[in-house]
Design a protein around this ligand. Structure first.
Ligand SMILES: [Zn+2]
Length: 461
């Protein structure tokens, strides 16, 4: 079966053309001016006049069905990838997180079992929580035999999945030698633990103490320390969910010195500020995530990074917990509130509205940030992140004149709250093609359970 997309403005990370795309099965077969003569009997046709057509989004940071802080994140792989498709994201990379002391290969098979339900394509990063000989020995196997070339370690979460500098050094050396890329959750875990313990003892127990318990200076410190070690051990390094001026400046200085480093940020750090922690009736717990939402002003620096190209990708850190029954586990102690929020569904439209719509980034940078850069960094280009013959038929179509009001009442996530409740956006995703399958038609989701494929990724060259 074929699919013809007609008369769209086709955006890539490099340029844009007016024209058609013809998909044959799960692959893009042709891109060009008028491709009407390619259409065969029975093919679907989408008229994309007045709309923009771009590579399906890649969200490189999700946590579906994650056991965390005594509960499990509210979207499973079917719910989560359906929400992704509804917002124009055709592939996600989730984090397989092994138990401390556990095997990476065991964690990988656990995540594969959970991800069978995916309605969109998927891959995994592997988290490293324990520098045992067994774990260090499995890292090259994951890269060579399992298509997993990206890893992540946590400098925060001391006493749980967090690691110390000695472990970090082992991970940097082993991952780099294996041809992988190590990403970090950079916050100073020791200082955070001291502050959390002291705040609770002082009776500062509400969600409004979450941000002050882990201020931006502690993210900046961790980024600087990790970059120092990465320079010493000559390892490339990446930082996920960069949230603050402190982190950005430490990182940008290293980049200017010529160090090989990468960065991701998330929409919540670009469009929200810490006034969300003043919401009444424990609603503020919706925004308890780590790193926290920062005071106004920090986002300006992250936007600078998107504009100048130092920040490469937009993830969401989608890790939703319902306010009722999950976030309330921390009603009397903010350190017990499960950390995380939803986001996978609105990443593309938020970046279109606040980035392109407000004139901060052009349409090519928008495509690079939401799709192409992730495909390149994570070893999937040009199968993913491109609109060209031979690439996977993963395509999103957005109507720049339509509007979207975000609300938990209508979003596809199972979370009972949205980080962006009531936000009115200009520009709405109307059609989504994933692996050649028409999955969103005029805003109507037709996701097929289990249709998502595992995408193996290549090592760094
Ligand atoms: Zn995360």
């Amino acid at each position: 079966m074929g699919l013809l997309i007609k008369n769209g403005t086709i955006l890539t990370a490099l340029d844009e053309i007016q024209g058609d795309i013809y998909c044959d099965g799960d692959t893009i077969a042709a891109v060009g001016g008028d491709l009407s003569d390619r259409k065969k009997t029975g093919d679907d046709v989408i008229d994309a006049s007045g709309q923009v057509v771009f590579p399906g989004g890649i969200d490189p940071h999700t946590h579906f069905e994650l056991p965390f802080m005594g509960t499990v994140s509210a979207d499973d792989f079917a719910d989560g990838t359906a929400a992704a498709l509804a917002g124009g994201t055709t592939m996600i990379i989730d984090f397989a997180i092994p138990a401390v002391g556990g095997s990476l290969l065991d964690a990988l098979s656990d995540w594969h079992a959970k991800a069978k339900k995916c309605v969109a394509d998927f891959s995994f990063h592997m988290a490293l929580t324990d520098p045992s000989d067994k774990v260090l020995g499995e890292i090259p196997l994951l890269v060579k035999e399992h298509g997993i070339s990206s890893f992540k370690a946590f400098m925060a979460y001391k006493g749980a999945i967090g690691v110390d500098d000695e472990a970090l050094i082992h991970f940097m050396q082993t991952v780099s030698k294996a041809g992988g890329l190590l990403w970090l959750h950079a916050e100073n875990g020791d200082a955070i633990l001291e502050r959390q313990t002291r705040f609770i003892a002082e009776g500062k127990t509400g969600p409004e103490w979450h941000e002050p318990s882990r201020p931006a200076i502690l993210e900046g410190e961790a980024v600087r320390r990790a970059l120092t070690l990465a320079e010493l051990y000559d390892a490339p390094i990446g930082f996920v969910h960069m949230s603050s001026r402190d982190a950005y400046q430490a990182y940008a200085e290293a980049r200017v010195r010529g160090q090989e480093a990468y960065a991701e940020t998330c929409p919540q750090y670009l469009v929200l500020d810490d006034s969300v922690y003043q919401k009444p009736n424990f609603e503020s717990a919706t925004y308890v995530m780590s790193p926290p939402i920062r005071p106004a002003g920090h986002s300006d620096w992250l936007w600078k990074g998107l504009i100048n190209g130092l920040i490469h990708t937009i993830g969401t850190d989608h890790c939703p917990f319902r306010l009722e029954g999950q976030k309330t586990m921390g009603k009397d102690n903010f350190t017990q509130i499960p950390n995380g929020g939803p986001g996978v569904e609105h990443r593309i439209e938020l970046m279109w509205h606040y980035g392109v719509g407000e004139g901060k980034i052009d349409r090519q940078r928008f495509v690079a940030l939401t799709s192409t850069n992730a495909a390149k960094l994570y070893g999937m280009y040009p199968r993913k992140g491109a609109i060209r013959p031979g690439s996977d038929a993963d395509i999103a179509i957005l109507d720049p004149t339509a509007s979207r009001t975000i609300t938990a009442k209508t979003h596809h996530s199972k979370c009972d709250r949205s980080l962006y409740e009531g936000f009115e956006l200009k520009g709405a995703v109307t059609h989504v093609v994933a692996g050649g399958r028409l999955q969103l038609v005029d805003g109507d989701l037709k996701a097929e359970q289990g249709a998502g494929r595992y995408i193996p990724r290549s090592a760094r060259s």
